[in-house]
Design a protein around this ligand. Sequence first.
Ligand code: RB5
Length: 144
Amino acid sequence: MGQETVALASDHGGYELKELLKRELAVKGYKLLDLGTNSADSVGYPDFGKALAEAVASGKATRGVGICGSGIGISIALNRQPGVRAALVGDSLSARLSRQHNDANVLCLGARTTGIDVPKDCLNAFLSTALEGGRHTRRVEKLG
Ligand code: RB5
């Protein structure tokens, strides 16, 4: 797990949470690819969602974390890119199921809706759970 590269991107609404989760990931030994934003100045979530989608789709990062105020805008931007399965979650069960059933490769979080501890739980569940396989793999394959 320590050598896996996790890419992160947020807009201004997700900036503080991104910085917090970066510290969590660094402590756990993950390699980080921080695609911004780098301050609380107002920016557009589509640009950061696109950059993160490209990093995951190209294999530069094996998994990603996308954050905006609600998590909605960045998840929409991410899911426009083929090969990206971005899951917007607000609890650790959803984070786990996004891996077990959907093979999600990007975790999306809403900084304004989830606080601090819930995103940490979600991130841990997301990174430590594998796709179950079988019927779930067949369904994921149908997504293209
Ligand atoms: C930014 O104000 C806000 O719209 C954005 O962070 C996000 O919530 C959009 O979906």
